[in-house]
Write a protein that binds this ligand. Structure first.
Ligand code: PLP
Length: 368
């Protein structure tokens, strides 16, 4: 019989995610599956919560992975925190904050969207003006905009948040790759994923909530409108002396996440951030020599996602197809207004090493 899996070969993943999976994560995935209430598994769950506190730099009790990808974690934050007609501000400068808008509309939020150009960071002075003149229940922002390679300045934004507002942050591409301080920056709800900075396959996505967020969930006027993502129910499985079944945890994905978090914390969070910066600088100088330019200004560039302008006369699709077919390297194309105009080169987690940059550059030299 023809087994399609035999066609899958080692591929260097240098796109917007997933990143290349760490070999020890593959090993973790193949550990024997046990029951979701097995004490050995509960022990691993508890350690995942501890490791998440380290990774997010928080003392929050409420840290755990959602069974699903980053969008499920995004939805978890909105679905648990928005009551109908809550006033929500979305700071929008890319594809993923458009997704936020879609989710909030479905939940009946009273929505304000503050738009900035894609490829530019949110202007803090304009955000300050908006916040000064309005009162919001929730302000939501994407830290690392994977669609364009822009970093939003959460540290500065956090100083503007009023006491009765919750700050909700998308850290899907930032966790483990750039500076992120949940407690110091007063972040109330945050979510990420497994397949970028943690170099696991997609499927288990960390979230963390401050006490302020938990209090809001407990005082909700309406039932959380989504059964699967109801944090007040899921917590009964993830915390306490008597664990209660909610849904069957994806056991082996949790093994993988555990190993990914161990890798990050053993390296040291700050060391990991620095490695991403160093690898990004190396990539930038090599790409400069090839005549490629960045889409984003230096000050707001993400080390983990490098959006490069495709030179005139070069065909986007044929270059990416050749990278994949002849060199087993994946990079990403542009999204929205940048489709066909930029390449997105991800340096995330296990992919963020100079040897991987060398492999890409030597392939690009042959192709271009
Ligand atoms: N937010 C950001 C910033 C992302 O980059 C992504 C995915 O790339 C998502 C949310 C959605 O995550 P997922 O595709 O894992 O559902």
């Amino acid at each position: 019989m023809n087994n399609k899996l035999e066609k899958i070969s080692d591929t260097l993943l240098l796109g917007p995610g997933p990143s290349t999976v760490n070999p020890n994560v593959y090993k973790a995935l193949s550990v024997k599956t046990v029951g979701h209430l097995d004490p050995r598994f509960i022990d691993i769950m508890d350690e995942i919560k501890n490791l998440l506190r380290v990774a997010f730099k928080t003392e929050n009790d409420f840290c755990m992975p959602i069974s699903g990808t980053g969008s499920a974690a995004m939805e978890t934050c909105f679905v648990n925190l928005i009551d109908p007609n809550d006033k929500v501000l979305i700071i929008q400068n890319g594809y993923f904050s458009v997704r936020m808008e879609d989710m909030c509309n479905r939940l009946g939020a009273n929505l304000d969207v503050l738009k900035f150009d894609w490829g530019k960071p949110a202007d803090i002075n304009i955000v300050e003006e908006k916040i000064k003149n309005n009162s919001y229940d929730i302000i939501a922002v994407v830290h690392a905009e994977t669609s364009t390679g822009v970093k939003n300045d959460i540290r500065s934004l956090s100083t503007l948040i009023k006491d009765d507002t919750l700050l909700l942050v998308d850290a899907v591409t930032s966790l483990g790759t750039i500076e992120l301080e949940v407690d110091k920056w007063g972040i109330d709800a945050i979510y990420s994923c497994s397949q970028k900075g943690l170099s696991c396959p997609p499927g288990a996505s960390p979230v963390s909530f401050s006490n302020k967020s938990i209090n809001k969930m407990k005082k909700r006027k309406h039932l959380i409108p989504n059964w699967y993502l109801d944090m007040l129910e899921i917590i009964k499985y993830w915390d306490g002396n008597q664990r209660a079944y909610h849904h069957t945890a994806p056991i082996n994905m949790m093994y993988a996440l555990y190993q990914g978090l161990l890798n990050l914390t053993e390296e040291g969070i700050e060391n990991s951030w620095n490695r991403h910066i160093e690898t990004h600088k190396y990539l930038a100088s090599e790409l400069h020599d090839l005549g490629l330019e960045f889409l984003v200004d230096k000050d707001s560039r993400l080390p983990s996602l490098n959006a490069m302008i495709i030179p005139e006369g070069v065909d986007d699709l044929s270059v990416r197809a050749s990278l994949l077919k002849n060199y087993n390297i994946e990079i990403g194309g542009g999204l929205g207004p940048f489709a066909g105009k930029v390449w997105r080169i991800g340096l995330m987690g296990y992919s963020a090493h100079k040897k991987h940059v060398d492999t890409l550059i030597s392939a690009l030299k042959n192709i271009l």
